[in-house]
Design a protein around this ligand. Structure first.
Ligand code: CA
Length: 212
């Protein structure tokens, strides 16, 4: 599972982000200072870094500059209240991959994160979920939709959500594929996990494809 380093000194934002990311199946490291961020970025090998610019010890730009200077190519998404074009251009010049301004929409941020991760590492589809994003419906696994409804009490909508979880889709991707809000997708995911009696998204895939 992808690890994401969140560099953010505002605890409200950091913890909110951590919750949303973990809910979407990511592992999260938190850093509240630039010095800490550099250490964690090299020790934890995150797949992506969400970087605030206004940090208490040093500017987020210096973190980015130092990372790129050390040859660390981890995708960096700057999350900052600075809305000026000059700030964004500075971020991209120093090697940022994306720039989102605060206040931000969590749905948009999650979508951007999963897009960056997809670009960085062409997805290895988990379990038997070989369906591409372009296919309208997920491939059925060994457990039939009927069984999901009868044995586990899933609704038709929850069955669709379960199939997408089994394919490795994040909540943001499920929201897009099923044309629902991020929060609705998240609620459905919670219900699916509860009804299937599993504690992780990976376990849903294992159960659907008979690898549990
Ligand atoms: Ca800050």
């Amino acid at each position: 599972m992808s690890r994401i380093l969140v560099v953010e000194d505002s605890l409200d934002i950091a913890e909110g982000l951590q919750r949303s990311l973990e809910y979407d199946g990511y592992e999260v490291s938190l850093a509240t200072k630039a010095a800490h961020a550099l250490a964690v970025a090299t020790s934890d090998h995150p797949a992506l870094i969400v970087l605030d610019l206004g940090l208490p010890d040093r500017d987020g730009y210096t973190v980015l500059e130092e990372l790129r200077g050390r040859g660390v190519q981890t995708p960096v998404l700057i999350l900052s209240a600075r809305r000026d074009e000059a700030d964004k251009l500075q971020g991209f010049r120093l090697g940022a991959d994306d720039y989102v301004t605060k206040p931000f929409s969590i749905l948009e941020l999650m979508a951007r994160i999963s897009a960056l991760l997809r670009r960085a590492a062409p997805a290895v589809a988990p379990a038997a979920g070989a369906a591409s994003a372009a296919e309208p419906a997920p491939r059925p696994g060994p457990i039939s939709d009927e069984a999901l409804r009868e044995r586990y009490g899933l609704t038709a909508r929850q069955t669709e959500v379960a199939r997408l979880i089994g394919e490795g889709c994040s909540n943001a991707e499920i929201a897009t594929r099923l044309e629902m809000s991020y929060y609705t997708a998240r609620n459905h995911t919670e219900q699916v996990l509860a009804k299937l009696g599993v504690s992780s998204r990976a376990a849903v895939g294992a159960l659907l494809f008979g690898q549990g």
